[in-house]
Design a protein around this ligand. Structure first.
Ligand code: HEC
Ligand code: HEC
Ligand code: HEC
Ligand code: HEC
Ligand code: HEC
Ligand code: HEC
Length: 462
């Protein structure tokens, strides 16, 4: 009898414990309804009128949902993040705080997950933030959210996100394409990076990998570029932006943001100052551009950039093949340009190339753009480790003219070359010279060869 009571008592205390734990759990993981009740309290607290206060407090609790067909998603984040579009909530605690800085990316048109990640449909915090098994895109840490701007704004600069511009620049100059394909162009020694931002790589992994590929990917054939932490971060941003995701036409309409900064870049690239002046500074072939956006309408100026001949028959101004937003960016720049700015543009300008150097310069750019520098180095110095290849590394190209004629080098570039093995019984060396004949035109290959020849260092003779 006593044993029985003991058993009952034990069972009851276990139930009580379970109830306490459950209550505790509930208190720590409030449901979306609790968040909505708290939000209504917050909204009602400064309401002087009792009837109005009661009306606010009796607002029905419901799930808030945004259908984003153009982005192929449904987001319910605003079920808890209730103050995102209410500026009076700018000092409220999360999840009720006003979202500053969204500009035209309003929650009803963009939702949240396109920038932040997370699981749009979920209504409890852990699942919505994606911190659950099998959900592959948890919230991006705030340090990396701005990388996702590049998923829609693919060209030019994104204001406030210089990391993307710098990351793209590093990608195009450090030889990544020598081993990686991006949108169809590049080598096959490393993985295709066209959808790297949609892969399951955490940003922290990518950043560590850029600092030392071998530290996270044992035995990697990817060279250590000795990037600074800032450069590694910039490349990580650029990688996160590469998703190739099909955005609806509205969302991809502003691939290029027409900012004055980007206009300035175009103004320099297209060398407008070679014919024009601003406030008297510059060349005098064309009219002075100070205040030009006040003299003419935007439509007129746009037409002038598309087809100078139509506006001024017999014009000597070149026709530029600029897309609409690039022209807008140029106009935005011309509306704000100052004489001092043009002075700084002119003082930063490189001296003009001699005609015989033009092909060599183009060859140098091809050498970077098509990824040769990834294996042979920015100064042609070679030295990337290549285990079990004769010499143990990718060769320097500073002495090729000692061993080959120019035609032989052109043939190597066209057809590729597998390095002889140091130990024939050992593993195949990971890096080989790819064949470029389907990538580079004959003209490109000739220019690259000219560039190599311009850099040859003769063996010292004594
Ligand atoms: C059930 C309520 C709830 C839902 C649904 C919810 N959140 Fe949150 N969120 C919170 C709370 C509460 C915080 C405050 C920080 C905390 O408690 O973790 C927060 C914080 C955040 C933060 C700040 C960064 C951080 O990790 O602290 C971001 C970003 C965020 N949420 C994004 C989202 C996105 C995107 C969605 C939709 C996919 C979403 N949230 C859905 C409750 C929610
Ligand atoms: C256009 C992209 C974009 C959209 C859409 C967007 N956000 Fe953000 N959000 C950002 C950026 C960028 C930041 C970080 C700003 C910074 O660097 O301080 C941010 C910051 C936040 C923060 C503060 C994080 C912290 O820890 O400081 C929260 C919370 C948040 N967003 C929630 C949301 C919710 C909820 C939605 C949907 C209603 C949303 N965001 C939609 C880009 C976006
Ligand atoms: C899902 C695609 C998408 C993402 C992600 C995105 N944008 Fe946008 N952005 C757009 C669209 C579409 C517009 C045009 C909106 C409109 O005018 O209706 C726009 C407009 C802009 C503009 C204004 C351009 C103008 O006309 O002056 C700026 C600046 C901008 N975005 C910056 C950003 C930044 C910064 C981020 C990251 C925090 C970002 N965008 C993320 C699609 C996107
Ligand atoms: C000499 C060849 C080579 C060059 C040059 C090279 N990589 Fe790699 N990369 C590889 C190989 C091989 C791997 C796969 C092994 C590993 O993870 O390190 C790789 C892996 C990667 C990964 C990880 C992909 C994934 O999710 O598994 C990224 C991202 C990457 N490289 C980016 C770059 C960038 C950016 C550059 C230029 C700065 C570059 N690589 C230059 C060979 C190269
Ligand atoms: C994935 C790494 C890789 C890339 C990218 C690469 N090379 Fe090579 N290249 C090699 C290797 C390895 C050899 C050595 C082959 C051998 O030992 O026979 C080599 C050899 C050469 C040689 C002959 C040098 C000699 O001493 O035998 C030339 C010339 C050359 N590469 C030019 C280029 C040019 C130009 C490009 C870009 C269009 C390029 N390489 C891109 C790896 C690469
Ligand atoms: C080769 C010389 C040359 C270059 C380069 C050139 N322009 Fe012009 N531009 C002219 C001349 C000449 C005119 C005067 C009208 C005419 O003959 O077309 C002109 C007219 C203009 C006008 C109209 C000014 C007015 O007051 O009527 C604008 C705006 C303009 N150019 C902008 C640009 C921009 C922006 C660039 C660079 C993308 C550029 N131009 C590059 C020669 C040039």
């Amino acid at each position: 009898m006593e044993r029985r009571l003991q058993k009952i008592f034990f069972a009851l205390s276990m139930i009580a414990l379970a109830l306490i734990l459950a209550a505790e759990w509930q208190a720590n993981t409030p449901s979306w309804k609790n968040y909505q009740r708290n939000f209504l309290q917050l909204e009602a607290q400064d309401e002087p009128n009792a009837a109005a206060k009661a009306a606010v407090l009796s607002t029905p609790l419901e799930i808030h949902q945004v259908m984003l067909t153009g982005l192929q998603r449904v987001d319910r984040c605003t079920t808890c993040h209730l103050g995102v579009d209410d500026p009076t909530m700018k000092n409220a605690p999360e999840p009720f705080r006003y979202h500053a800085g969204l500009g035209p990316h309003i929650p009803s048109k963009f939702g949240c997950t396109i920038c932040h990640g997370g699981q749009g449909l979920a209504t409890d915090k852990e699942s919505a933030h994606g911190n659950v098994a099998f959900w592959q895109t948890p919230l991006l840490s705030v340090d990396y959210v701005r990388a996702t701007c590049g998923r829609c704004h693919k060209e030019g600069d994104v204001p406030g996100v210089p990391e993307l511009t710098e990351g793209r620049h590093l990608f195009e100059t450090q030889g990544c394409r020598g081993c990686h394909k991006l949108n169809g162009v590049g080598g096959s020694i490393g993985p295709d990076l066209s959808e790297e931002g949609a892969s399951l790589r955490a940003p922290q992994w990518l950043e560590k990998h850029f600092l030392a590929p071998n530290a996270v990917s044992a035995g990697s054939a990817m060279p250590n570029f000795h990037f600074s932490t800032e450069q590694a971060r910039n490349l990580t941003y650029y990688m996160l932006a590469l998703t190739n995701q099909d955005m609806g036409s509205y969302y991809s309409s502003v691939r290029l943001i027409p900012s004055p900064e980007y206009g300035r870049q175009l103004f320099i690239e297209k060398n407008c100052i070679a014919c024009h002046s601003v406030g008297g500074v510059g060349a005098k072939t064309g009219p002075d551009l100070l205040g030009v956006t006040k003299r003419h309408s935007n439509e007129w100026l746009d037409e002038q950039l598309v087809n100078p001949q139509l506006v001024y028959p017999g014009s000597t101004m070149p026709e530029y093949d600029l897309e609409a937003n690039a022209r807008k960016a140029l106009l935005a720049f011309m509306a704000t340009v100052t004489t001092e700015d043009v002075q700084s543009i002119l003082s930063g300008r490189k001296t003009a190339l001699k005609p015989e150097d033009v092909a060599i310069e183009a060859g140098k750019q091809d050498f970077a753009r098509f990824g040769c520098v990834g294996c042979h180095g920015t100064e042609l110095q070679g030295g990337v480790p290549n285990p079990n290849a004769q010499g143990g590394e990718v060769p320097s190209l500073l002495h090729v003219s000692d061993d080959y004629t120019k035609d032989e080098v052109i043939a190597i570039i066209r057809n590729g070359k597998v390095p002889p093995m140091d130990n024939p019984a050992g593993p195949t060396p990971p890096l080989y010279m790819p064949s470029w004949k389907h990538v580079l035109s004959d003209e490109d290959v000739n220019r690259v060869a000219d560039y190599l020849w311009s850099k040859q260092q003769k063996k010292e003779s004594w």
